[in-house]
Ligand binder design. Sequence first.
Ligand code: GUN
Ligand code: ZN
Length: 488
Amino acid sequence: MSSNFEIIQKDAAGRIGRLTTPHGVVETPTIMPVINPNIQTIKPSEMRDFGAEILITNSYIIYRKDELREKALKDGLHSLLDFDGPIMTDSGSFQLSVYGEVEVTNEQIIDFQQKIGTDIGVPLDIPTPPDVPRSRAESELETTIERLAQARELVKDGMLLAGPVQGSTYPDLRERCARELSELNFDVYPFGAVVPMMESYRYADLVDAIVSAKKGLDPTAPVHLFGAGHPMMFALAVALGCDLFDSAAYALYAKDGRYMTSHGTYHIENLHYLPCSCPVCVKHTADELNNAEDRVELLARHNLYVTFEEMRLVKQSIKEGNLLELVELRCRAHPRLLEGLKQAYKHSDWLEQCDPASKSTFFYCGPESADRPEVLRFSNRLERLTIKGTAIIRTNPTKRDSEYDNLLTFKPPFGAYPVELGEVYPFNAEVVATPDHEVLGRALENTIRLIELNPDAEFTFIRKGELEHPLFDKLAGIANVVDNRGQE
Ligand code: GUN
Ligand code: ZN
């Protein structure tokens, strides 16, 4: 159990939380700008102006360089960076994954992080990349867990300790790792080695990595998605239960002339207009920004502004209970993100357990909405609806409603439900008048099941003439299906 994390509000598996660190409380979800201790285009002391509440830097880079190491040991990390809020430090594992080795042991880097006054320290885990043979994933995982256990023994108070979840692209290893780490009681659980998945747009695999790790954790534990800094995927990752993000992307993208938006990236050379009103974009034309002497810094600033803007929108969506609508919107920005959304909804049974029973109006956003946890919840609860006598199922009230014992509304993607529930979440959904094929199918499946669950009742289904679906034939076999013309 993690007592330094308090959950304030939930939506899907996402939440607004408060993480208490030695240097203060952080509201999550939030993004930690990555500070390079060697080069700082934007000073750490300025980061609060963008919305940053917590920073992340690399203790291994500090450790390796005499000048930085001595200053950090003497004056502390917060003085070195000139930032008095919470700072997380990584361990050198990323360098390990890129160069194959590091000149530091787990014990040394944990000791160093404690000595320089880090708020959240990270052991020297092994970031096993995607698609490696299972034997390698298993043996590296074993080493990671040993090092994490050792770190847990070494850190008793003060610094919070992160326990990175590894397991490559093996969901069962991710889940097992998370379960074993939970026993050791870490303060934050980063999900590791996901950067290669994000770089190659493998969002469906990313979704599986997140969900499998989440399943092994206590739902109240704070989660960090290591290396996730593109705003277009914040909504999706937050909806799956990630609380902390870190972004080196704002600076790395800027170096390559890349301009971030919440729905993708432009190369600044291709922009004729600036689709943003941040302080950088209101002061420059696209051409001026492209040709500016300080183009890299200006782009980094813009990238940070849109990054925090998107996170605020995600948080507002949690407050309003429409995070999944934002996820569905954002995931339409790229087909690979859409694959991530579809994969996320394959886990709707898990999402459903986290999702609040009541929130703001369900908005239909497209065929994927048929797989939302709320729709699954209704399907799972059809057994609870007992219908006796005669029943009419129709889209809108009809003249003959009074002739029936039961009135049911037919509304895709749900199906048929008693009219009394019409104003209740999620049946008060805003939907399209002409449902997509998949969505009509889901609604007809549910309707057929409801009829089959109540074999003694007599059902009349008023079919709107324009609706076509092969399941209407099956429905006609168990109910009296009537064309709506002349009925309304
Ligand atoms: N930075 C990006 N990925 C990782 C990871 O898996 N582990 C650590 N420690 N740092 C990372
Ligand atoms: Zn801008």
